[in-house]
Design a protein around this ligand. Structure first.
Ligand SMILES: Cc1cc2nc3c(=O)[nH]c(=O)nc-3n(C[C@H](O)[C@H](O)[C@H](O)COP(=O)(O)OP(=O)(O)OC[C@H]3O[C@@H](n4cnc5c(N)ncnc54)[C@H](O)[C@@H]3O)c2cc1C
Length: 360
C-alpha cells in the first residue's frame, strides 16, 4: 500500500486530471500495479473547451469509460461577422462533455480496473538504483500528468521557454439549446470564442485572448464576450450554469518528455494553444504510447513516439497562431467558404483514428 515504504509499484501517476486517470487506466488494463497521486479531492472541474475529437472519443471507448451525459457534434463551424464556414469529420463524431462528467467517468473506470487514487500533492522525486522515489514511495516508473504548469516538469529542469506571446482563457456554461451540430469558433482580431454543446440544453463557452489583465471573473468574461456580438446576442437571455474559470498562459513547453524513469504526458509534456481542441486527444494517445513503452521495456523510445504523435499538432497550431496575427487573416473565411474541401481535409486529420486505438 502507498505509505508503506517498502512496496514497489509498477507505475505511480502524479496528477489525476483526465490524462493522468486515462494513463492509469491503461496501465492497470495492461496488468501493471498502478496508483494515482492527485493533490485535490473528488471530482475536478477546469477551464476547457470540452470538445473531444473523434480519436479522443475512440480512446475513451477503447478504455471502457462510460459517459452518461454528452452531446455529439459533427464537425467545426468558423464564424466571423456575417460569414461562416463548416467542416465535418469524415470518420466518427466528436463529443461535448462537461469536465466534471468526464472526470467522474474516468474515476469510476479507474476504480473498476483496480487503480488506487490517493489524495497527495507530490513534492519530491528522486532516483534510486532500480526505482523512482516519489515522496518516499517507490515505483518502477512515474508518469507525470500534473498539468499545464507541471511542478514536476519544473523540478526536473525539463522546462523550455515559450515562443509566442502569451494567451489566456476563460470559460463558462449556459442553459440554452445548442443551435447546430458543430463546435462553433467565433473569430475576432483579439482572440476567439469556442461554443461546445455539452448537453441537449447546455453549451460551454471558452474565450481565448491575449490580455493578461482580463483573467479573473464574471466582469472580464462579459467584456470579452462582447467582442463577439452574434454570440453575445444568442446568450443574452440564457442563464449561466457554471462559475467563470480561467487558464493560462496556454503555451508551456518541455525540452524532453522522458527523464530516466519519469514519462511526461498530457499538458505536463507541453502544450501550445487550445485553438485546435486537441489536448485530450493527444493526452490520451500519449498515455497509450507511454504505457506501451513501459510494458515493452523501451521507455526511451516514448520520446520519439510522443514527437511523432504531436508533430502535426505543433505545426498546425503554430500555423493558426501565425495566421491569427497575419495581414492574410481576412482571407481565411472567404477561402474556407469557397473551398469547403480544405476545411473537411483539415478536420479529416483531426478525426483520424490512429492505429494504436484499434488494439484493445
Ligand atoms: C481554454 C481551453 C480550452 C480547451 N479546449 C479543449 C477542447 O475543446 N478539447 C480538448 O481536447 N482539449 C482542450 N483543452 C486542453 C485540455 O483542457 C487539456 O489538454 C487537458 O486538461 C489536459 O489534462 P491533464 O490531465 O494533462 O491536465 P489537468 O487537467 O490540468 O490535470 C492535472 C492534474 O494534476 C494535479 N496536480 C498538479 N500538481 C500536482 C502535484 N504536485 N501532485 C499531485 N497532483 C498534482 C492537478 O490538481 C490536476 O488535477 C483546452 C484547454 C484550455 C485551457
Amino acid at each position: 500500500m502507498i505509505g508503506s515504504g517498502d512496496k514497489l509499484w509498477d507505475v505511480l501517476v502524479a496528477g489525476g486530471g483526465p490524462v493522468g486517470l486515462y494513463a492509469a487506466i491503461e496501465a492497470a488494463r495492461a496488468g501493471l500495479d498502478t496508483a494515482v497521486l492527485e493533490a485535490r479531492p473528488g471530482v475536478l472541474d477546469k477551464a476547457c473547451g470540452e470538445g473531444l475529437m473523434p480519436a479522443a472519443v475512440a480512446a475513451l471507448q477503447r478504455a471502457g469509460v462510460r459517459i452518461q451525459r454528452k452531446h455529439c457534434f459533427a464537425g467545426i463551424r468558423y464564424v466571423e461577422g456575417g460569414s461562416c464556414a463548416e467542416g465535418r469529420f469524415n470518420d466518427g463524431v466528436g463529443w461535448g462533455i462537461r469536465r466534471t462528467e468526464l472526470h467522474r467517468a474516468l474515476r469510476e473506470r479507474a476504480g473498476e480496473v483496480g487503480v488506487k487514487i490517493l489524495q497527495h500533492r507530490v513534492a519530491e522525486v528522486s532516483d534510486d538504483r532500480d526505482a523512482v522515489v516519489v515522496d518516499g514511495r517507490r515505483a518502477r516508473y512515474l508518469i507525470a500528468a500534473d498539468g499545464l504548469r507541471s511542478p514536476l516538469r519544473r523540478s526536473l529542469h525539463l522546462e523550455a521557454p515559450p515562443k509566442y506571446a502569451p494567451r489566456y482563457a476563460l470559460r463558462r456554461h449556459f442553459r440554452v439549446q445548442p443551435w447546430g451540430p458543430f463546435v462553433e469558433v467565433h473569430w475576432h482580431d483579439l482572440g476567439e470564442a469556442y461554443v461546445t454543446p455539452v448537453a441537449s440544453d447546455e453549451v460551454g463557452v471558452a474565450l481565448l485572448f491575449d490580455d493578461r489583465s482580463r483573467t479573473h471573473g464574471d466582469g472580464d468574461f462579459e467584456v470579452i464576450l462582447a467582442r463577439f456580438p452574434v454570440l453575445a446576442a444568442r446568450l443574452a437571455q440564457a442563464t449561466a450554469t457554471s462559475a467563470v474559470r480561467g487558464a493560462g498562459p496556454c503555451e508551456q513547453r518541455s525540452r524532453r518528455v522522458v527523464d530516466g524513469r519519469v514519462l511526461l504526458v498530457g499538458d505536463a509534456a507541453g502544450a501550445l494553444d487550445p485553438i485546435t481542441g486537441e489536448g485530450l486527444r493527444l493526452g490520451f494517445l500519449a498515455s497509450i504510447a507511454a504505457v506501451d513503452a513501459i510494458v515493452g521495456g523501451r521507455v526511451p523510445q516514448y520520446e520519439t513516439e510522443w514527437r511523432r504523435l504531436t508533430r502535426r499538432y505543433w505545426w498546425m497550431t503554430s500555423a493558426l497562431l501565425a495566421l491569427r496575427r497575419s495581414p492574410l487573416r481576412p482571407l481565411m473565411m472567404p477561402t474556407l467558404c469557397h473551398l469547403p474541401a480544405v476545411f473537411d481535409r483539415i478536420l479529416g486529420e483531426l478525426g483520424e483514428q490512429p492505429v494504436a486505438l484499434a488494439r484493445v
